[in-house]
Design a protein around this ligand. Structure first.
Ligand SMILES: NC(=O)C1=CN([C@@H]2O[C@H](COP(=O)(O)OP(=O)(O)OC[C@H]3O[C@@H](n4cnc5c(N)ncnc54)[C@H](O)[C@@H]3O)[C@@H](O)[C@H]2O)C=CC1
Ligand SMILES: O=C([O-])CC(=O)C(=O)O
Length: 309
C-alpha cells in the first residue's frame, strides 16, 4: 500500500509521522511546494525508524507528483492555517486555488486514489474536490468530525473524570466554530448516557467548549493545532487501509441523507477499503435536525464561492 500526504507542514508531517510508526502502508510520500521541506522532514522521520522500530519507507518530494504515482490514499493538508481571531472560512481565498491544483496533479498519477481533505474551510474544500475531480463520491472524504468528536470526548472526560476511551460521542454538521453539532444526547459512557451525570449547565459548557476547540488552540499556540488533527487523519487512513469499517464522522456528499442534497457535511459513515462505504442514520430529533439544517445553510452559502472556481 502507498499513501501520499500533500503539505509537509504541521498537520501533514504529524500525520505522516503517525502513519509511518503504525506501519499501515509500505511507502509514504510527503510532498510540499516549499523547496526541500518534504525531503528534510522525510529524512528526519526515517532517522527515527531505528529508534522506534518501523519499516515504512518515507519519501520526500518538492512538488514532483511522479513520486506519488499509484497511491491508494492521498491526504491533502496543503494550504494556509488560520491565525488567532480568524475563522476557518477566511482561508478560502488562498486555499481553494491550492486544493484545486493539488487535486488535478494527484489524479494524473493516482487515478484510483481515495482522497482525504484536511485543508480548511474543510467542508467547502471537500465540495471543491468533488467538483474538480468528479470522482465517485465514496472516494472523497473530508476530515473534521473525527477530530471534533475526539475533542468532544476530551471535554466530556475532563468533566466526568473518566477515560476518553470509555466514551462514545459524536460531532456532526460543519467543521466550523458555529456549524458543528456535538450530539450530547447520544453520547454515552460505557453504554450509559452522559447526560445522566451532567447538569444542563455542564452539558451546555461542554458543547460550547467543543465547538470552539480549534479556535481555543489557535489562540494559545498562535497557529492552528496539529497533534489531534494528525492523529484523526491517521485514524481515517488506517480504517481504509485495514478495511476496519470504523464508524467515524466525516464530511461526505449528501444526496437526501439527513435531509440534505448536493452538499458535503459531517455525518457518521463507515470507513473501509472503498472509502466511505455508507452513511449511518443517527435519527436526530427535531432540535438536532434544525441545527443540522442551519449548519448546512451556512456551509452552502460558503460553497457559493466555488461557483467562480
Ligand atoms: N480539517 C481539520 O480538522 C483541520 C484542518 N487544518 C487545516 O490544514 C491546513 C494545513 O495546516 P498546517 O499544517 O497547520 O499548515 P502549515 O502552514 O504548517 O502547512 C501547510 C503546508 O502546505 C504547503 N503548501 C502550500 N501550498 C502548497 C501546494 N500548492 N502544494 C503543496 N504544498 C503546499 C506549505 O508549504 C506548508 O508547508 C490548513 O488549511 C488548516 O486550516 C488544520 C487542522 C485541522
Ligand atoms: O482550528 C483550525 O483552524 C484548524 C482546525 O480545523 C482544527 O484544529 O479544528
Amino acid at each position: 500500500m502507498k499513501v501520499t500526504v500533500v503539505g509537509a507542514g504541521a498537520v501533514g508531517a504529524t500525520c505522516a509521522d503517525n502513519i509511518a510508526r503504525k506501519e499501515i502502508c509500505q511507502e509514504l510520500v510527503l510532498l510540499d511546494i516549499k523547496e526541500g521541506l518534504a525531503e528534510g522532514k522525510a529524512q528526519d522521520m526515517m532517522q527515527t525508524a531505528a529508534l522506534l522500530g518501523f519499516d515504512t519507507r518515507i519519501v520526500g518530494s518538492t512538488n514532483d507528483y511522479s513520486k506519488t504515482a499509484g497511491s491508494n490514499v492521498v491526504v491533502i493538508t496543503s494550504g494556509i492555517p488560520r491565525k488567532p481571531g480568524m475563522t476557518r472560512e477566511e482561508l478560502i481565498g488562498t486555499n481553494a486555488g491550492i486544493v484545486k491544483t493539488v487535486c488535478d496533479n494527484i489524479l494524473k498519477h493516482s487515478p484510483e486514489a481515495i482522497l482525504i481533505i484536511v485543508s480548511n474551510p474543510m467542508d467547502t474544500m471537500t465540495q471543491l474536490a468533488m467538483q474538480v475531480t468528479r470522482l465517485p463520491k465514496n472516494r472523497i472524504i473530508g476530515m473534521g468530525g473525527a477530530l471534533d468528536s475526539a475533542r468532544f470526548k476530551y471535554q466530556l472526560s475532563q468533566k466526568l473524570g473518566c477515560s476518553p476511551a470509555d466514551l462514545n460521542a459524536v460531532v456532526v454538521g460543519g467543521h466550523g466554530d458555529t456549524t458543528m453539532i456535538p450530539l450530547i444526547r447520544h453520547a454515552t459512557w460505557n453504554s450509559t448516557p452522559v447526560t445522566r451525570y451532567l447538569s444542563i449547565h455542564e452539558q451546555e459548557q461542554i458543547v460550547a467548549d467543543t465547538m470552539v476547540g480549534g479556535a481555543t488552540l489557535t489562540k494559545l499556540i498562535g497557529t492552528s493545532a496539529w497533534y489531534a488533527p494528525g492523529a484523526a487523519t491517521t485514524a481515517l487512513v488506517e480504517s481504509i487501509l485495514r478495511d476496519e469499517k470504523k464508524l467515524i464522522t466525516c464530511s461526505v456528499s449528501l444526496h437526501g441523507e439527513y435531509g440534505q442534497q448536493d452538499i458535503c457535511l459531517g455525518v457518521p459513515v463507515i470507513i473501509g477499503k472503498d472509502g466511505w462505504e455508507r452513511i449511518v442514520d443517527f435519527e436526530l430529533n427535531e432540535a438536532e435536525q434544525a441545527l443540522f439544517s442551519k449548519s448546512a445553510d451556512a456551509v452552502r452559502s460558503m460553497n457559493e464561492v466555488l461557483k467562480s472556481a
